[in-house]
Ligand binder design. Structure first.
Ligand code: VGL
Ligand code: ZN
Length: 203
């Protein structure tokens, strides 16, 4: 059992990021059993859910003629245009059916504003609009985070980098994460996390 100030944050283990989903991550479902086991080791457990409205501007379909996985410029910087995924209330947005959700203390939803994407569990993609998670964790006395889930190179990495910047001690359990790996995004995310002092662990 981890000490009381250590939290487990499981990022976006949802059907659309698992095989057969709209934005499937290779072996995304392979993280489920590891996360289910890890949950018993932590006193504080948070699950996040990517949770987009139909008209979300991260969807290629909401930009005339744009192809999925192409890039666009948003007021807050470059943004990948994704296939439509994790639409609020759909089966794709639901947690993987084998994920143990009952032990979670908090389920945090993000990406619900149509005009701004939110990879990180802490800030939206402008890197300044807070989700509220920092306050939740601090008021519970949490100082150490273990991050798991999908996808290593997007929502997990952005969350880890923000958490490190906020002063949390951060471990990413690589064996309980899987990546999208779009144009070298995984290598880039790994080097950014290492440079930020995030510990990349394997079991
Ligand atoms: C994610 C792309 C778009 C993720 C979410 O959970 O990593 N990636 N939305
Ligand atoms: Zn998304």
């Amino acid at each position: 059992m981890q000490p009381a100030e250590h939290a487990l944050i499981a990022i976006d283990i949802q059907n659309d990021f698992c095989p057969g989903g709209a934005l499937a991550v290779d072996e995304g479902d392979a993280v489920v059993s590891r996360v289910n086991t890890l949950m018993d080791d932590f006193a504080v457990r948070v699950l996040t859910q990517d949770w987009h409205p139909e008209n979300h501007l991260s969807f290629a379909a909401n930009h005339d003629g744009a192809a999925p996985f192409s890039m666009t410029e948003m007021p807050y910087g470059p943004q990948v245009l994704w296939p439509r995924h994790c639409v609020q209330g759909t089966e794709g947005a639901a947690f993987h059916r084998a994920l143990r959700t009952h032990p979670a203390d908090l389920i945090l939803r993000k990406g619900f504003r149509p005009e701004i994407d939110s990879y990180s569990a802490f800030f939206e993609n402008d890197r300044t609009t807070p989700t509220g998670l920092e306050g939740y964790l601090r008021t519970r006395g949490v100082t150490h985070l273990t991050l798991v889930g999908l996808a290593t190179d997007f929502c997990v990495a952005y969350s880890a980098l923000d958490a490190a910047r906020l002063g949390f001690e951060v471990v990413v359990r690589m064996d309980a994460c899987r990546a999208i790996d779009l144009d070298g995004s995984l290598d880039e995310a790994l080097s950014q996390m290492r440079a930020a002092g995030v510990t990349l662990a394997n079991g």
